[in-house]
Design a protein around this ligand. Structure first.
Ligand SMILES: [Zn+2]
Length: 229
């Protein structure tokens, strides 16, 4: 389900050719013949697409390449698109439209981290972590559900998370061990080796061979229909 990360390659020569072709179609027949074909130019690699989210209001979008700031069209604030790695004991605030990596060895004690993508491989003992776009939970991460918020959750093989309260989110991608009561507006992808227990209501469900699903299920169909009089 993850999008292709391959860079799209457009040959500069192809661009020149397609422009030349369009001009040729409108050129009167009597005009001089077109100039000789240019020598093939080098390839142009289009920059990578990055998911971003306004740390203040959660507006989501994406940018190409290394753009380092933007203005949120929703709340009009200037937002920094900076990626951080935290591998120390941390108490404080990070607000970025980019990604935050909480690396193994670090501990989040208190404060608040708001980012588009949070890659969590450390211990979270306090504070609040808001992943406006997606939370990636890695094997070895230690955290309680009441410290994290996300729209999409990706649980790696070896990662575990158990929710005691019902949770609504947009997408689940589970290769680890997940337990709880979930209402998911989009897709749930249960990968080989992954396990999901509890209760699940979602729009789409994909279960790979070798995954374990032990949950009350409602897939698609929207809200349960209440019979009329
Ligand atoms: Zn905003």
């Amino acid at each position: 389900m993850s999008g292709s990360r391959k860079a799209s390659i457009v040959s500069g020569y192809d661009l020149v050719q397609s422009l030349g072709g369009r001009r040729a179609a409108t050129r009167p027949a009597a005009e001089a013949p077109p100039p000789p074909r240019p020598a093939p130019a080098g390839s142009v690699a289009l920059p990578t697409k990055r998911d971003i989210a306004c740390p203040d209001c959660g507006w989501e979008s994406h940018v190409m390449g290394r753009q380092s700031y933007a203005v949120c069209p929703k709340c009009r604030k200037k937002i920094d698109i900076v990626d951080y790695t935290v591998d120390i004991d941390f108490s404080g605030t990070i607000a970025t439209a980019g990604a935050v990596r909480l690396a193994p060895g670090g501990i989040v004690h208190s404060g608040e981290i708001r980012a588009a993508i949070v890659d969590l491989a450390s211990r979270v003992e306090g504070g609040r972590i808001v992943a406006w776009h997606r939370l990636d939970l890695r094997a070895g991460a230690v955290c309680q559900p009441d410290h994290i918020e996300f729209r999409d959750l990706r649980l790696d093989a070896g990662a575990r998370l158990a929710f005691t309260c019902a949770l609504a989110c947009r997408r689940l991608d589970v290769a680890g061990d997940l337990e709880g009561e979930f209402v998911v507006s989009g897709e749930v992808f249960l990968r080989a080796g992954g396990a999901l227990r509890g209760s699940l209501r979602c729009a789409h469900l994909t279960v790979e061979d070798g995954a374990s699903l032990a949950a009350r299920l409602q897939v698609g169909g929207g809200d349960p229909v209440v019979p009329g009089p």
